[in-house]
Write a protein that binds this ligand. Structure first.
Ligand code: CO
Length: 141
C-alpha cells in the first residue's frame, strides 16, 4: 500500500502537450475543429520550444514546436514522431509535491523546477517511472 495524500482534489489536468513540426500547419486542424489560439505564441527558452495554446473546457492543448535541433521536442519527434508528448497536472505547491513523490519512490527527469509557459514552474516525472507517459507537474503563480 502506498501512502496517498488525504486530499487529491487540488490536482487538475492543466494541459496536454502535443509535439508538432509546424505550429501553423498543425494549428489548422484545431482551427477547423472550432478552436482559436488563446494566447499569442510563446517562446520557452528553457525548452527551446514555441507554444500555441487552445482552451478546451477547463484544460488546454499546447502545441509545441522545436526552435532548435537540441530541443526535447525535436528529439521526441525524431524518436517517436509527432503526437501527444506529455500530460501536465496542476499542483498548488511544486516543491511539496516533488518531495511527497520522491518519498514514494518516484523518479524525475529533474527535480529542479524550470520555467514553463506563462511564468509557471514545471518538473517532469521520468516516463520510465510513470509507465511510458511523460507527466509534467506545473505550479502557476
Ligand atoms: Co507542458
Amino acid at each position: 500500500m502506498v501512502d496517498l495524500p488525504s486530499e487529491l482534489s487540488s490536482l487538475a489536468l492543466d494541459h496536454i502537450g502535443i509535439a508538432v513540426t509546424d505550429l501553423d500547419e498543425a494549428g489548422e486542424v484545431y482551427n477547423l475543429l472550432g478552436l482559436e489560439p488563446k494566447h499569442p505564441d510563446e517562446l520557452i527558452k528553457s525548452q527551446n520550444v514555441k507554444v500555441r495554446t487552445y482552451q478546451v473546457g477547463e484544460t488546454m492543448l499546447e502545441l509545441l514546436e522545436a526552435t532548435s535541433p537540441d530541443s526535447p521536442i525535436a528529439k521526441y519527434i525524431a524518436k517517436k514522431g509527432v503526437g501527444i508528448h506529455h500530460l501536465a497536472l496542476r499542483v498548488d505547491d511544486l516543491e511539496a509535491e516533488v518531495a511527497r513523490l520522491l518519498a514514494l519512490g518516484a523518479r524525475f527527469i529533474s527535480t529542479e523546477p524550470r520555467a514553463g509557459r506563462a511564468d509557471s514552474r514545471i518538473v517532469f516525472l521520468h516516463p520510465k517511472w510513470s509507465k511510458g507517459i511523460l507527466i509534467e507537474l506545473v505550479e502557476h503563480k
